[in-house]
Design a protein around this ligand. Structure first.
Ligand SMILES: Cc1cc2nc3c(=O)[nH]c(=O)nc-3n(C[C@H](O)[C@H](O)[C@H](O)COP(=O)(O)OP(=O)(O)OC[C@H]3O[C@@H](n4cnc5c(N)ncnc54)[C@H](O)[C@@H]3O)c2cc1C
Length: 567
């Protein structure tokens, strides 16, 4: 028996453990395996094999039993999943998988399967600039970032080349150029709006999206077995071409090819094990979701990539006599300064021109207006600013108010409508201490893990920013000569943007932050947190590219430190 245990513990020991197999965890796995470390990826959800496990990927609308609608009895256990559709129902999470407590209204979107939300995302990728990294210190909120653009710049390029980014080099200091392949063309209405903004504002730019799609495959993509985007715009079902970046198409199979990766699905991480004598973390406790059996795994370094709120939850649940309030939490700030993006504002308009033009084909991406408010100096009564997503096209409609031959005729020959433009704001939220997550003292989930309490609310700064977006959208549309303009505050609750960040923020001072400049816990250096939880502030860019670049940077640093025997 004793022998069995020793043998068993040996078998459960790796050089590195990565918690979570999503966008950031996939990068940790790839980098650590590439550098020769035996790496265990622990993933709470089921396995999803690239191509094989995308059951609806190539189906036509007529091939779904209910034309896409999920019948009421089948969706009754999925009340928390928004946009329940037959095409994507395979990604839905049952409500009892992980109940959480909304102390204030909060939407928490999760992807619990191998690949995480990298299979579900909209793939927009913009770099941060020093206008973002210097934001907290310039505007006096949160704490100073311990890094600047120059520290992450090479890692942006590194991640972009491997992932494959489509876009344009626009030469804007506030949105540094990416390493990119040809972008997706703008429609004529977007092009027209771009020119109108230039003429009327000068410093408001409408640019092609920068997004994680392969439009001109390079050798590095061929080596991953990935192909050019076919513009099907069915990305959220899983892409059989591997054209958009996901862990499943890219980083995980790459790591697997090294022979160093062990991927363990159905492994719900409970907590990180801290050894008081060694003064370091030694492993991770999981609950097997099939058997409910607790199992421990061991490693020299641990990467926490369970997505922002889950990474907070895992650290808060990792208590010991050295860290009674959660791993690394000497200053009591773990779980605090949680933040997100402000997507409350939406606007629409129509244009009566370009009647001789129509769109042809599909565009899997959108145009983008980088942040123009308060970039170089403070100019409004709210802090920071917002970027704007833009989608413009020309739809068709059919009069279906009848039956018989005329109905068939109308459906076969739809009429072209006006050109229309839809925009949505992507605002930077200023992290505040009161916005936090914590563990419930008594309530547990079905794995015996304390439930997470999420306590987040909008601030006056957010309200003012939405009002500005609404006003500015109307003005920009009017100046472009658009008609039927609407611009509204949807009042959607925090979390609706799906960009949760913070709670384990990076910083220079262990008294006011949890992580150092390399994403190591100040007080437990062999634990690295490199998903959204590490973010000191939120910027207005889509955040995942930055999570991935920080992860690759931290993983390479971890390997260097291991070599130097510093960990
Ligand atoms: C519809 C949609 C559109 C989006 N669009 C964009 C966009 O355009 N641009 C952008 O930048 N971002 C976008 N996002 C957000 C983006 O998907 C996330 O920022 C990104 O996936 C976060 O990466 P991650 O590694 O932190 O988490 P995830 O990708 O969510 O991966 C976390 C993994 O950890 C696992 N896990 C969680 N808890 C545990 C546990 N206790 N034990 C073991 N495993 C655990 C999960 O199952 C999951 O697989 C979008 C998201 C959605 C859903």
């Amino acid at each position: 028996m004793a022998n069995f245990l020793i043998d068993s513990q040996e078998k459960r020991t790796y050089d590195a453990i990565v918690i979570g197999s999503g966008a950031s965890g996939g990068w940790a796995a790839k980098e650590l395996c590439d550098k020769g470390l035996t790496t265990l990826v622990l993933e709470r959800g089921r396995d999803v094999k690239h191509i094989k496990d995308y059951p609806t990927a190539s189906k036509g609308p007529w091939q779904f039993d209910h034309r896409g609608t999920v019948p009421l009895d089948e969706r009754k256990d999925f009340q928390q999943t928004r946009f329940v559709r037959e095409e994507t129902f395979h990604w839905a999470i049952k409500d009892d998988e992980q109940p959480f407590i909304q102390e204030k209204p909060f939407r928490w979107f999760r992807g619990y399967h191998v690949g995480g939300k990298s299979l579900l995302w909209a793939r927009q990728t913009q770099r941060w600039s020093d206008f973002d990294f210097e934001g907290p210190v310039r505007d006096g909120f949160a704490v100073d970032w311990p890094i600047r653009y120059k520290d992450i710049e090479p890692w942006y390029g590194y991640v972009e080349k491997f992932a494959g980014i489509a876009g344009n080099k626009d030469g804007l200091p506030e949105l540094p150029d990416s390493e990119c392949m040809p972008g997706f063309e703008m429609s004529c209405i977007e092009q027209y709006f771009k020119e109108s903004l230039q003429k009327n504002y000068g410093s408001r730019y409408l640019i092609q999206a920068r997004c994680a799609h392969i439009t001109d495959p390079q050798q590095i993509h061929v080596d991953q077995g990935r192909h050019k985007c076919m513009n099907q715009t069915m990305c959220n079902r899983g892409c059989v071409y591997g054209a958009y970046f996901s862990s499943n198409a890219s980083t995980l199979p790459w790591a697997m090819k090294t022979g160093k990766l062990t991927l363990r699905p159905h492994a719900v991480v409970h907590s990180i094990i801290y050894d008081e004598k060694k003064g370091r973390a030694t492993g991770v406790r999981i609950i097997d979701s099939n058997t409910k059996e607790p199992i421990e795994f061991f490693a020299k370094i641990i990467f926490v990539n369970a997505s922002a709120l889950n990474s907070n939850a895992i650290l808060l649940n990792s208590t010991s006599s050295r860290f009674p309030n959660g791993l690394g939490n000497d200053n009591g700030l773990l779980g605090k300064y949680v933040s997100w993006h402000n997507y409350r504002g939406k606007a629409n308009a129509q244009y009566e021109g370009f009647k001789d033009k129509m769109t042809d084909g599909r565009n899997p991406s959108n145009a983008y207006i980088p942040r123009f408010r308060n970039v170089r100096k403070q100019e409004t009564d709210f802090l920071r600013g917002y970027a704007i997503g833009v989608a413009g096209g020309r739809g068709t409609f059919s009069d279906t108010e009848m039956i018989g031959d005329q109905l068939r005729e109308n459906l076969l020959r739809p009429q072209l409508g006006h050109w229309h433009v839809a925009t949505w704001m992507m605002g930077e939220c200023v992290p505040e201490e009161k916005n936090h997550v914590r563990l419930h003292m008594d309530l547990k989930d079905k794995y015996g893990i304390p439930q997470l309490i999420v306590s987040c609310e909008w601030s006056e700064n957010d309200d003012k920013m939405v009002a500005d977006y609404v006003e500015q959208s109307k003005e920009m549309f009017e100046k472009a000569g658009f008609v039927n303009i609407t611009a509204v505050d949807t009042k959607s609750p925090p979390g609706s943007d799906i960009h949760e960040m913070g709670g384990v923020r990076m910083g220079l001072d262990p008294k006011t932050s949890l992580l150092n400049a390399w994403n190591q816990l100040h007080h437990c250096k062999n634990v690295f947190v490199t998903d959204g939880a590490c973010m000191t502030s939120t910027g207005s860019q889509n955040p995942t590219l930055t999570f991935m670049a920080l992860t690759a940077r931290a993983a390479n640093h971890a390997v260097e430190e291991l070599k130097k025997k510093n960990l």
